[in-house]
Design a protein around this ligand. Sequence first.
Ligand code: 5GP
Ligand code: ZN
Length: 114
Amino acid sequence: MATKTLASCIFCKIIKGEIPSLKLLETDLSYAFLDIGPLSKGHALVIPKYHAEKLHQLPDEHLTDILPIAKRIAIAQGVENYNILQNNGRIAHQVVDHVHFHVIPKPSNTDKEG
Ligand code: 5GP
Ligand code: ZN
């Protein structure tokens, strides 16, 4: 398993525990935690546990690890409506240069509170 991290990267610091995060779950390859600036309650991020900037730099086998995690988070959020977002590059609105998938619940009037 690749474990290379980048000292200046905020998400690498989260992986190493140098910056605190609210962990949801993790596997050997991936780490999921709550977004610090949530667009909705439960907004989560799923990242590789090593530094890679963009999606195309991840090996295919890692993609098959990450998507089931996003699915599990969406199920755990208990909402029927949600977005999975993934930005690559500044023009595409990537702010943190460490690959991440957003899981963003879109609560409806019929979804349970809390
Ligand atoms: P991007 O625009 O790069 O796709 O999204 C980056 C996301 O990372 C944003 O939603 C932002 O709130 C989140 N974020 C940035 N810094 C931190 C941090 O230190 N901790 C956590 N939990 N989320 C962060
Ligand atoms: Zn990183």
